[in-house]
Design a protein around this ligand. Structure first.
Ligand code: NAP
Length: 460
């Protein structure tokens, strides 16, 4: 490698690490992203400076195509569609690694004169990259609802077929490592791994999909690092390991927040079982309230907790919520936000929306702190949240969300739930909280309801 490229890579790694550190808080996240993107630009330029680069038209075509598709897609994507966007981009990364492994096989005439570690790392990258690409495509299809979000299996033959796909991928790879040079073998590796990726993700329910995407993201990182080892490219090794390590930590945190083990997620279940029982057929009497009554209750409270959920994101109510909190604080009310780690549809979803509305980060309380504050809270305002406040997760062992830690809003003196109907949330199950004597329902679109409360507060 040339000195210029080595120095370029060193600068790129430093920028990746500084960028990642910026992602630890919403205030610094945008800058962190920009720094990491600058690091990637430096890494690309440094790579293009490596000796032996050719096919410039092809390289320019690739860069232009990537930018033309990627930039508008990233700009236009709705916040609620972010998980499928991540799945798509991550999958493309895995696919690229798998194709590079194939090209390396061709360039070296089947790794004939290469040391064994090149063949091992390339074939590892081919397997994991292909699994990641096809698994991510299925995850994308499910989240976009182009495919059924419930777990899909091929019945009794599903498991044997999955085992067969893994065994075939390994057998083809071992044959190549043993010295066979037929290109069909590496194609066999890619195709069997593709089957494994599809068969692995199909039985996983929609609610578990973000954890799966995070896992596939970690896998893409590892495959890129392996490819870096084979190509002796430090940029790929470092960037791949950063993605692999951070993706693994995120996967673990998300699984913990949903109280699910990774094994049980991969074995399938949650999302599907939940959706299957869904329907929102709960016909117990509930108490409705009006914006003016809610405003009076809020204005005379000492402490108010806001629990944001997916419905707040759909309604884009965050700015109105912030305005309401400002008015309440002006009246001497203490307002905090109780943020559940899996509220919304992606990790940090609520934090991002609230930061966008300039809500002070110090007002955001995590689950443990929020739960300790509810007994001293006069009014808890649940805005478009459902599963994350569902007591069934604590009380009903038969519930598909049983065991998931929840925000214990029922511990506060009164609860007002803002949603449009008695409809269910992501898990598709009824919520006893709505029929609790301390709960009243303010039906309507969250943004409209909060805006009405704001108008009432202004008149108080
Ligand atoms: P949720 O359980 O999905 O409930 C959202 C509620 O918002 C619905 O019951 C809906 O009721 C209401 N809603 C929708 N549009 C609305 C609008 N315009 N105005 C007012 N309300 C509206 O949401 P959550 O409590 O945030 O829980 C998140 C769920 O998603 C969990 O099951 C979690 O495991 C899962 N999940 C999380 C992630 C993640 O990473 N955060 C990713 C994927 C899945 P109406 O239809 O009656 O209005």
């Amino acid at each position: 490698m040339t000195t210029v490229a080595s120095v370029g890579y060193l600068i790129a790694f430093s920028l990746f690490i500084v960028g990642l550190m910026g992602l630890t808080g919403p205030r610094t996240a945008v800058r962190g992203n920009a720094i990491a993107a600058a690091g990637m630009a430096v890494a690309i330029v440094s790579t293009l400076l490596l000796p032996g680069m050719g096919d410039w038209w092809l390289i320019v075509l690739g860069l232009v195509l990537g930018a033309v598709v990627g930039v508008p897609a990233a700009r236009r994507v709705k916040m609620t569609a972010m998980p499928q966007m991540v799945a798509l981009f991550n999958g493309v990364g895995g696919g690229a690694v798998a194709l590079i492994a194939w090209v390396e096989f061709r360039d070296t005439a089947g790794f004939a004169a290469e040391p064994l570690h090149v063949a091992v790392a390339s074939l590892f990258a081919a397997i994991i990259g292909s699994v990641s690409f096809w698994g991510s495509m299925i995850a994308f299809g499910k989240l976009q609802e182009w495919l059924a979000t419930r777990p899909v299996t091929l019945g009794a033959i599903h498991r044997p077929l999955t085992v067969l796909a893994v065994a075939a991928a390994l057998a083809y790879a071992i044959t190549v490592m043993a010295g066979a040079t037929s290109e069909w073998l590496v194609i066999g590796v890619l195709v069997s791994s593709a089957f494994f990726g599809v068969l692995m993700v199909l039985p996983i329910g929609g609610a578990d999909m973000p954890v799966v995407i995070s896992l596939l993201n970690a896998a893409t990182g590892l495959s890129a690092a392996a490819m870096g080892l084979a190509l002796d490219n430090t940029a790929l090794i470092v960037a791949g390991m950063l993605v692999g390590a951070s993706g693994s930590i995120l996967t673990n945190l998300m699984a913990k927040a949903m109280n699910r083990s990774l094994v049980s997620i991969l074995a399938g279940g949650f999302g599907g079982a939940a959706v299957a029982t869904g329907g929102g057929t709960d016909d117990r009497p509930v108490r409705s309230t009006s914006a003016s009554d809610a405003a009076i209750q809020l204005a005379y409270a000492n402490r108010v907790a806001v629990v944001p959920g997916y419905g707040m994101a759909v309604a884009q109510a965050q700015h109105a919520v912030r305005e309401m909190a400002d008015l309440l604080e002006g009246k001497g009310v203490t307002v905090s936000y109780a943020v559940h780690p899996v509220a919304g549809r992606m990790p940090g979803h609520m934090n991002v929306l609230l930061a966008e509305a300039d809500v002070a980060y110090e007002s955001l309380k995590d689950m443990a702190e929020s739960n300790s504050l509810f007994p001293q809270t006069d009014v808890t305002l649940v805005i478009g949240a459902n599963d994350v406040v569902n007591p069934a997760a604590r009380t009903d062992p038969a519930s598909p969300i049983y065991g998931m830690p929840i925000l214990d809003v029922a511990a506060s003196r009164s609860v007002i739930v803002l949603k449009r109907s008695m409809g269910t949330g992501f898990a598709g199950i009824d919520n006893e909280l709505f029929a609790d004597p301390r709960t009243s329902m303010l039906f309507g679109d969250a943004k409209n309801s909060v805006s009405e409360v704001v108008e009432e507060l202004k008149n108080l």
